[in-house]
Design a protein around this ligand. Structure first.
Ligand code: TMP
Length: 254
């Protein structure tokens, strides 16, 4: 069988040409990076878990009317997605002070925010994804004001829904990052949720202990990284049945 054509390789995923025009195969790697590639490692089984977790969350979101690029999961590490034109903006939604917000403003991690905050970052590795405002996004034409309005309202809706969904499993959704793309259906263009939603792109804290259950365990060398990703999948009720074979042992390499 001919090898599929690779379209793009990112830090945690690879995109291949899909079986039909307008589709792509999204492959989830075990590679982990942080601080824009300055820290690198492997989280054994991460790709399998993120494929499954992202599938689950995108399907749930689709059920409440959020349009996404997700079509279906193909196997342990791959999912079929619609090909979209990615808007070069990372949309971060925050409910609790953590990470770069804590550092930038000198605030204590864990402080609940009086209301959800949306931040935008320009997707550009060479520039370290700088934070930008709506003004930059519309002035430079990365998205139109109408597209940005749509992105903001969908992001808040996703936040409300996922906050409740995770709360039901004893997890606090502290913050997360979303990416959106343009999908054309004939003359009609629709903004859809793209990329992934997983412990790589969210901060998830245990509601009782505040224990981190996300990529901060890797970023901050907290140990038990694989176990944290597995626990998120377990609480969502979606641990892959053939899991242990493909997700053996704690092994974080740097
Ligand atoms: P931050 O506090 O480092 O700005 O991160 C906010 C959220 O965005 C956090 O849930 C992790 C996620 N994130 C990504 O998914 N990719 C990134 O490159 C960065 C910097 C953050």
């Amino acid at each position: 069988m001919a090898r599929r054509r690779q379209i793009y390789e990112g830090k945690a995923k690879v995109l291949f040409e899909g079986p039909e025009p307008g589709t792509l195969v999204q492959y989830f790697k075990d590679d982990a990076t942080a601080f824009n590639n300055k820290k690198r490692g492997t989280i054994t089984g991460k790709g399998v878990l993120n494929n499954r977790i992202s599938e689950y969350l995108m399907v749930r979101l689709n059920e409440i009317g959020v349009f996404t690029h997700f079509v279906r999961r193909l196997n342990m590490r791959e999912q079929l997605v619609r090909e979209v034109e990615i808007i070069p903006v990372e949309v971060v939604v925050r409910n609790v002070v953590a990470g770069s917000l804590a550092t930038r403003l000198g605030m204590a991690e864990g402080t609940a925010l009086p209301r959800s905050i949306i931040e935008y970052y320009y997707k550009n590795d060479e520039l370290d994804d700088p934070m930008v405002s709506e003004e930059h996004i519309t002035a430079f034409g990365w998205a139109t004001p109408q597209e940005l309005d749509e992105i903001m309202s969908v992001a808040l809706r996703i936040n409300d829904f996922l906050t409740g969904l995770f709360l039901g499993t004893g997890i606090r959704l502290v913050d997360f990052k979303l990416e959106f793309g343009r999908l054309w259906e004939g003359e009609q263009m629709r903004i859809v949720l793209a990329d992934e939603i997983s412990p790589d792109s969210c901060r998830l804290w245990d509601i009782k202990t505040n224990e981190k259950m996300d990529k901060d365990r890797f970023r901050r060398d907290l140990g038990r990284v694989e176990e944290a990703y597995q626990e998120v999948a377990r609480r969502l009720g979606i641990l892959p049945e053939s899991g242990p074979r493909d997700m053996q042992g704690p092994k974080v390499m740097q």
